[in-house]
Design a protein around this ligand. Sequence first.
Ligand code: IVH
Length: 671
Amino acid sequence: MMPDLFSQTEEPRDEVMRLRRELEEANRLYYVENSPTLSDREFDIKMRRLQELETLYPELADASSPTQHVGSDLSDTGKNFKSITHRYPMLSLGNTYSQAEIDEWMSKLPAGAEIVAELKYDGLSISLWYEDWKLVHAVTRGDGIRGDDVLRNILTVKSIPHTVPDTLPRRFELRGEVLLPWESFERLNKEREAEEEPLFANPRNAASGTLKLLDDKEVERRGLTCFLYYMLGEELPGKTHFERMQTVRSWGFPVSDAIKLCKSAEEVTEFINYWDNARKSLPVATDGIVLKVNNLKMQEELGYTAKNPRWAIAYKFPAEKQHTLLKSITYQVGRTGVVTPVANLEPVQLSGTTVQRATLHNEDFVRQLEIAEGDEVWVEKGGEIIPKITGKLNSSGRAGEYRFPETCPVCGTRLVRAEGEAAWRCPNESGCPPQIQGRLLHFVSRKAMNIDGLGEELINLLYEKELVRTTADFYDLQAGRIAALEGLGDKSAAKIIKSIGNSKQVPWARVLFALGIRMVGETTAKKIARRFSSIDLLRAAGKDELTAVEDVGEQIADNIIAYLADPQNTANIERLRQAGVRMEGEKAAEPREDGALKGMSIVISGVFAHHSRDEYKAMIEEYGGKNTGSISGKTTFVLAGENMGPEKRKKAEQLGVRLVGEDEFLAMLND
Ligand code: IVH
């Protein structure tokens, strides 16, 4: 049984707002962070519920609702890759999960419509622009309207021609899916594991992360592939989709052989049943099939909704599923004190791997599943490689007795749960061993201070021997004390000391990340460090200035303020600074005394064509202005780009705050 995701008591407005928030966040994690938390199925269930509510309560409809736009992979607003407006919007497909839903879709098509069935490849979509017989742009879906031009990286995909014969049409566009084959994905994750870097959840996320890399040599090394599944343009040959795909293949492009022209619903079903099993031996990931109306004229007549074509639909394969015994539930305490329940399972085979542990996320998750030790539970592996418990088969009848521990399983402190949060947390930040050890480990990790030779075991040993209790203690370590530890010697001790010394050169942004402030990840730390060039400036910043930094919301701002207000943290930071750790960055441009924006308080909103948001923020500061996150009576003006949020627009109108466009703004600076 699926857990009940919907509350019985919530007001419709609150539920709509909550679903929009959750879906936007899920979109961001999927498309931008490449680390999904919801399965496609869970995402779709929430999306359908939101659609249902918006239909039932039309007064709650909103043009910016996730039901009205496709998720966006635009991450850098034109910074690393130029953003390009699609010639034809890049939409997504409506999803179905059952034969009945397919039948319903087919019943709405004109009589006698032929259907082309294809595999749904699970990578990310790309649009290839050929002009004058040359590949000139390769654009990601982005937000469906604009995408990033990742041509440089696409040129590393061996099966994609860079030029074509001049007997072909002068201008055409091919759309397809960029994929990282299973084998390359597994190799990449092995390397990442060895480097202590976070693993990609699935080949789709790995492909997406790869395509956004700046180093095309690394992209080439990882080995992306591609399948093309649609051609667009004016006056192109062929009257049907099937014909066109044969033509595109004959031109030398990678078009999958798994394509079938179906004349009846039975033939469609046959295709689905065959590939549901056969796909398991393909070298790339697939997550369903796509059905398209064959006749192009008919496609045109059927047209589009805001998000999807009416002439095509996706059918998602059910996730692979197994049942097994839930032997016990144990609890893990993380670096930030979050206590996570973990299911220990009787080992079971699932999609080629043995599963024996699965996260249960939090108390609510366990309660919704109504599971307890001794139950026979279902384990699934969907688009996520990480297995999940999705329900129970047989009950031991003990679910009612389930109690989340009241105290920390390690240090015994009474756990707390903040309002609105799902997690129970051990508040004993400075005394709970796994939290301290987790922070120490995070501090030395490669993307933070990059101190070699200090793995989990050694950190725990240094902690137990009371040689290191806070991060500043690393800088007081003496080679002799390390060398005396079991399994170590002079040589490794010297290496560690040298690496600790080298870490004093680590730039300010990474030091900030290394501090381990809750929710301040690598990218956020970079953005904060760019805006606040030293720990002292950061400490002096108010909440409004903090939330003006891209990615920093109220919650993160509160975490930063609380962290820097804590006397133990302050003392530790002082000791780090004394030891020579960098608490400031390269000098940013000094604000101009007579800057054109002197004394102005400016809010940035929307997407820009000439510069990135970060560049505009730097300009505002350079010209003496102040960046703020939210519009208030004190706001001088809003620097407004395209697609400015409707909420912000309304607020500006209400308060009579002027909107200044990009060009006008640049003119202000030049005057
Ligand atoms: S057709 C206008 N065909 O699935 C519709 N899409 O969920 C164009 N996909 O964005 C899409 N295999 O990234 C089409 N054979 C296939 C596909 C396919 C994978 C992806 C594509 C699309 C997404 C929709």
